[in-house]
Ligand binder design. Structure first.
Ligand code: AP5
Length: 221
């Protein structure tokens, strides 16, 4: 299968579905950037930019940041040269308004059609995954105490930076993130299904097994 053609991918899925884990693997495989709005917002929060300050409260509570803050961020990012050969959107779009804004932008830019992977994981397993998650604040890499431990405890395999727990992985925020997903993001499954762009993938099992299902669904293997 030709891996040189433009690939514009979206990874949909609830919090903890493995969007970040799988996007990073796909980015390496296809040599296109992983664009995670969660990582971009966390960076803005660390840098104390006006965007970061506005987003902070929403993120800590596990609520979605308002569309107008996120859409501009993605529009700017997608027009950077490294996204020319394709991109993997991780955590965007999350609302119908964001999905429509993305469609308008891609049309304006004359980009190839999207392929949307919906990573499906039962809610009880999502909660288990989020409760043991460790993240690298420097490069966004995700680990899990039980399911995906780092080679050196407490340190990122890639950059050796110290791993931290995310503030929004606390039980109340996790609950809220799953409510936000059900109410605002799950309708995108039907939106992309109607457009025949959707590839549902079972997200349960080893990371490599899920990745293999995704590459098969996208006809990369
Ligand atoms: P974001 O950072 O996007 O968080 P999320 O969607 O809640 O997703 P997560 O990063 O928690 O999970 P994931 O699906 O990436 O799973 P991961 O691979 O890490 O967003 C955070 C916040 O930012 C939002 O709540 C919102 O406030 C704001 N925001 C971001 N984008 C926005 C937008 N577009 N609009 C508005 N607001 C926005 O895996 C989870 C854990 O499971 C890890 O520990 C991992 O090691 C483990 N794991 C992964 N795969 C497997 C596997 N197959 N088996 C076992 N363990 C696994």
């Amino acid at each position: 299968m030709n891996e040189n053609k433009e690939r514009n991918l979206i990874l949909l899925g609830a919090a903890g579905a493995g969007k970040g884990t799988q996007s990073q693997k796909m980015a390496t495989r296809l040599n296109i950037p992983q664009i995670s709005t969660g990582d971009m917002l966390r960076q803005a929060r660390r840098d104390q930019t006006p965007l970061g300050k506005s987003a902070d409260g929403y993120m800590t509570r596990g609520e979605l940041v308002p569309d107008e803050l996120v859409i501009g961020l993605v529009e700017e990012r997608l027009q950077k040269p490294d996204a020319g050969p394709g991109f993997i959107l991780d955590g965007f779009p999350r609302t119908l308004e964001q999905a429509r804004a993305l469609d308008t932008l891609l049309k304006k830019l004359g980009r190839a059609p999207l392929q949307v992977v919906d990573v499906q994981v039962p809610e009880a397993l999502l909660v288990e995954r989020l409760s043991g998650r460790l993240s690298c604040p420097k490069d966004g890499a995700s680990y899990h105490l039980k399911f995906a431990p780092p080679k050196t405890p407490g340190h990122c395999d890639r950059c050796q930076g110290a791993l931290t727990e995310r503030a929004d992985d606390k039980p109340d925020a996790v609950k809220q993130r799953l409510v936000e997903y059900r109410n605002k993001t799950a309708p995108l499954i039907d939106y992309y299904h109607q457009q025949r762009l959707l590839h549902p993938v079972d997200g349960v099992g080893e990371v490599e097994a899920v990745f293999s299902r995704i590459t098969q669904a996208l006809q990369l293997s």
